[in-house]
Design a protein around this ligand. Structure first.
Ligand SMILES: C[S@@+](CC[C@H](N)C(=O)[O-])C[C@H]1O[C@@H](n2cnc3c(N)ncnc32)[C@H](O)[C@@H]1O
Length: 199
């Protein structure tokens, strides 16, 4: 059993184990009590559990079925009864729903075919050759799932073109900036936050 600030959780070998990026995200979430939150790519569910303590409702998704199984256990263990889990790709399980805040610690690493481990764990970091495969798909559909004053927070690496993410968010009418950063061994991990331009 692992522990983060009083939250006890488990993982398994086919699920992303919370790491520096998760903890940077956890420490820099900008959640309001009234928010209905979507977390894409919940992994163990740790971010969803933290979010659920600070807002009304969380929908948490993952494309990896092992992550959903793992998150179910962790949500129950932490009595996070205001979190609903759904399995699927990006916004596919969300259909026409809109959220006040969308969170995603993305698979942001530039990855070649020969670097894959060959199971569901690849989804945790495989960002394709430029690291942006999933980030760009996410940004393309994001606006359809934000309420008029909706915000977004996502995590990525300096290896996957931070400026491009900020530009794409700005083009969608959001005011985007890096709100937290941490230097790691060969990269910098950042939290990017997009808020409505009127805010
Ligand atoms: C870097 S891990 C983050 C996990 C967890 N949120 C955390 O911070 O520890 C990325 C997560 O996104 C999930 N994921 C990757 N691509 C996805 C997609 N297209 N749709 C939904 N989830 C995805 C992975 O399975 C993985 O659990």
């Amino acid at each position: 059993m692992l522990e983060y600030k009083g939250i006890h959780y488990e993982t398994n070998p086919k699920v992303y184990e919370p790491a520096e990026d998760t903890f940077l995200f956890a420490e820099n979430l900008q959640i309001e009590r009234k928010d209905r939150v979507l977390e894409i790519g919940t992994g163990t569910g740790l971010i969803a559990i933290i979010a659920s303590k600070n807002c009304s409702t969380v929908i948490a998704t993952d494309v990896n079925p092992h992550a959903i199984d793992c998150a179910v256990k962790n949500l129950i263990a932490n009595k996070s009864y205001n979190v609903e889990l759904r399995k699927g790709n990006l916004f596919e399980p969300i259909k026409n729903e809109k959220f006040d805040l969308v969170l995603f610690n993305t698979p942001y690493l530039p990855t070649d075919e020969d670097e894959m481990v060959g199971d569901e764990l690849d989804t945790a970091w495989d960002g394709g050759s430029d690291g942006r495969k999933i980030i760009d798909q996410f940004l393309d559909d994001l606006k359809d799932h934000l309420t008029p004053n909706g915000r977004v927070q996502l995590v990525q690496s300096s290896l996957s073109d931070i400026d491009r993410t900020i530009k794409k968010l700005n083009e969608q009418g959001l005011n985007a900036s890096v709100t937290a950063r941490k230097k790691c061994f060969f990269e910098e991990i950042v939290v990017i936050t997009g808020i409505p331009k009127s805010a």
